[in-house]
Design a protein around this ligand. Sequence first.
Ligand SMILES: NC(=O)c1ccc[n+]([C@@H]2O[C@H](COP(=O)([O-])OP(=O)(O)OC[C@H]3O[C@@H](n4cnc5c(N)ncnc54)[C@H](O)[C@@H]3O)[C@@H](O)[C@H]2O)c1
Length: 345
Amino acid sequence: MKKVRVAVIGCGVIAPTHIKCYQANEGAELVAVCDIIEERAKKLAEEYNVPRYTTNAAELFADPEIDAVSICTEHYTHSDLVVAAFNAGKHVVCEKCLAASIPELDAMMAAANAHPELVATGIFQHRFTAINRELKAIVEEGLLGRLLTSRAQLYCLRTDEYYKSDAWRGTWKCEGGSILINQAIHFIDQMLWISGGPDLNQKPVAMIRNLNHEGVIETDDTAAAVVPLANGALGVIEATSASFHIWHNTLSFEGTKGIVEIRDDKPLSIEFKDPEVQAEVTRRLTDAAKPENLDFGKEYYGGGHPGQINDFIAAIQEKRAPYVTLEDAASTARVILNIYEPFRA
Ligand SMILES: NC(=O)c1ccc[n+]([C@@H]2O[C@H](COP(=O)([O-])OP(=O)(O)OC[C@H]3O[C@@H](n4cnc5c(N)ncnc54)[C@H](O)[C@@H]3O)[C@@H](O)[C@H]2O)c1
């Protein structure tokens, strides 16, 4: 099968993860990297033996030899780059969060809808982890009974130095928020996805605070929100980047027949009314948490980014939708942008 020729746009922190995924995928050929800061593009091209680098993404969009692009730039740049990529006929991977504002997200989705022939995915790599897929199956099979509440919690630490390291972080215009849109977004997405999705017709209610980064960021380091879910249940979000924990996430699902909590991708607490269901769910989640079961089915290897990028390449070759559609990713982005809307400067 013809290889998919790819370029990675944005050569910062996350770019090497994408580069390594493409270079390990036999169906893909990484042909170029791009950054507006030339030395970053040059450095990655040299380090990873990428044949070409440029400072101009438009040059890559105009190149008929390039089939697909990974957008690895700051949140506020995603929409324009993705729209340009679609208009140039390129398949797209866009890092989270798809956009820093609702108008940016709307523009991206309008372009996506105008190009249904192109494969597009928004990165939510934790949807490729075995324990999350097993938990989703357990909820879908109705083993928890009627879902009542779902919860996504993240306690993490981001220092003043972290926020000061790049001008876009901690700003409404460029990052679009902070703790929810950048770090907690992964767990918000898992909570929404496992629960069957949000009800986008109802607005979330929320409070946000900057408790420990005053004078450093204009956005939130701490937030709590309640999100209406499509099945009538309530999604609860709690997150802070001012914790002593470097990274600590918990997902909880409470139903009429059972309660499941997982922390950092391992079962934390499993309680069911029926002892047989208790034993079955315990076995399934314990198995899924084993390191050897991190794979996403036999045609994928590893969890996270490799799983999602392999699926993206396969989707292009097989002319099918990716496992995480751009619409899926946009739905989570919209929940977060709706939470922030009343607080935006
Ligand atoms: N999925 C994950 O787990 C994960 C982890 C880290 C970052 N991310 C996401 O990846 C994205 C990038 O984050 P980062 O930490 O790598 O940021 P970064 O600031 O380290 O890198 C972004 C790079 O993009 C470049 N850039 C900006 N506009 C450009 C343009 N028009 N053309 C070419 N290059 C351009 C910048 O010069 C910079 O080098 C963000 O959306 C972030 O949320 C995702």
